[in-house]
Ligand binder design. Structure first.
Ligand code: PMP
Length: 469
């Protein structure tokens, strides 16, 4: 309380560093374009609810950026943070190991299952993807395959905002801007399920996308291809794309045939959100070589990213001189204490099963909304990682023009009504417009119904505004 008051007092007073920042004025740390609406100021959060400093309540149906998997104010996590911070908030990973790191790694490896016995802890999703790529590279070098360096990925996709992660991200707008700073990496089409090109059905398009992956590897020279990275269940870049089973099976076969490592970016989908602890449980014939977790692993309580790797391949790297990768926050004890507490909460309270059950409930309600609403063209996803795609014409699947910012409008309308959805500011550079619906995995059936009602009401108002526009 004291801290909050003192922070509020301080921000109300203009300081030389902040200039004359008024309450409600947008804070320009993100260099937001003019016209960006001011954000409410967070006061507190509990469960799936958040309150601003004006006392307004919001239901967080996006788990922040699909991160806060166990909701806010979790007692076990707060206690773990406090206990670890009091014991040792930091210990140089070059000098010390920590019980928190050991316990987290052990419990996570058990939850992940055979083949993922080694756990590298970093500070976030982009960093973890880069660590996975570097680890894959060292694994190749350790096997005498030093010519392998290219990392193939899907178009569109999102693997992070740092330069290495961005180079494998399928986002032409970002590449146009930052391209000169990055090494070009091969891209292959994402196996989209909604706007399938003419002449294909779901399965033949899935097969075709897999064939393009194989052709790309052959054209590049398989001996130069290090890895293929994919989001097994997509995030914001594709709007919770769930690939056809034929695609996933073929991807694994192709990677194995050409000695290409398969990396699953489960930054958003991992840790139980899709109704399985790891997404490959949905596709048992597509087990990746490396798995990356982040958002759900720290659940918003602490910056945390993880790479899961097989024991034997890590041993080869170790005997070749060790993994050449370290950050100040590598294996951070506070991050690990939080990761362990989040994992305990997830597993002990059956939140993976709850994600499957409540995901099914929410999906049924959204499917019903799609049947009735003139602007809901598609609903897709798995568990509590869902997306609602908006279209101007359902028969032709024609998106709204980017200038209509349909998805952002829906997210804004929902926010006005006290419901938070996850969405980008614009849909520039995308082939459609959607919002993510991804409540915390602790949501009850009653809360899911409330969220579904809220989305239906926000969609109706959005249709009215877009129609008027
Ligand atoms: N990969 C995926 C699939 C993501 O959704 C994100 C975050 N949106 C990232 C990587 C990057 O993670 P971070 O923001 O923690 O760096």
């Amino acid at each position: 309380e004291l801290l909050r008051n003192s922070l509020d007092d301080r921000i109300a007073e203009p300081t030389p560093a902040l200039g004359t920042l008024e309450r409600g004025e947008p804070i320009q740390v993100f260099a937001a374009p003019p016209g960006t609406p001011a954000k409410p100021r967070i006061a507190r959060a509990e469960g799936i609810y958040m309150w601003d400093t004006d006392g307004r309540r919001y239901v967080d149906a996006g788990s922040g950026p699909v991160a806060c998997n166990i909701g806010y104010g979790n007692r076990r996590v707060l206690a773990a943070l406090q206990t670890q911070a009091a014991a040792a908030a930091f210990a140089n990973p070059a000098s010390f190991e920590s019980a928190a790191n050991r316990l987290f790694a052990e419990r996570l490896a058990v939850a992940a299952g055979p083949g993922y016995e080694r756990v590298f802890v970093v500070s976030g999703g982009s960093e973890a993807n880069e660590a996975a790529i570097k680890l894959a590279r060292q694994m190749a070098v350790a096997r005498g395959e030093a010519a392998r360096w290219k990392v193939v990925s899907r178009q569109p996709s999102y693997h992070g905002g740092t330069l290495g992660a961005l180079s494998v991200t399928g986002d032409p707008t970002a590449h146009e801007l930052f391209g000169p700073l990055m090494k070009p990496m091969p891209k292959v089409p994402a196996p989209v399920t909604y706007r399938i090109p003419p002449g294909f059905d779901q399965e033949s398009w899935a097969e075709h996308c897999a064939e393009v992956l194989e052709r790309t590897i052959l054209d590049e020279g398989p001996e130069t291809v290090l890895a293929f990275i994919q989001e097994p269940v997509g995030g914001l870049a594709t709007g919770a794309l769930v690939p056809h089973a034929a695609y996933m099976r073929r991807v694994r076969e192709i990677c194995t045939r050409h000695g290409v490592m398969l990396i699953h970016d489960e930054v958003m989908s991992g840790g139980g959100r899709t109704g399985a602890f790891l997404s490959h449980e949905h596709w048992p014939d597509c087990r990746p070589d490396l798995v990356v977790l982040a958002k759900g692993a720290g659940a918003g309580y602490f910056p945390l990213g993880v790479v899961l790797a097989p024991r034997d391949r890590v041993a080869e790297v170790a005997s070749g001189g060790g993994f050449m990768h370290g950050h100040t926050a590598f294996g951070n004890p506070l991050a690990c204490a939080v990761g362990l507490a989040v994992l305990d909460e997830t597993l002990d309270n059956g939140l993976v099963g709850n994600a499957a059950e409540q995901g099914g409930r929410l999906r049924a309600r959204l499917d019903d909304l799609m049947a009735r609403s003139p602007i809901v063209g598609d609903v897709r996803g798995k568990g509590l990682l869902l997306a609602v795609e908006l279209v101007a014409d359902k028969a032709t699947k024609t998106p709204f023009p980017p200038s209509a910012v349909a998805g952002a409008t829906l997210a804004r309308v929902a926010m006005e009504q006290g419901l938070i959805l996850y969405q980008r500011r614009t849909n520039a550079g995308r082939d459609g417009d959607w919002v993510m619906v991804a409540p915390p995995l602790i949501a009850t059936a009653g809360e899911i119904d409330m969220i579904a009602d809220g989305i239906a009401s926000a969609v109706a108002e959005t249709a009215r505004r877009l129609g008027a526009a």
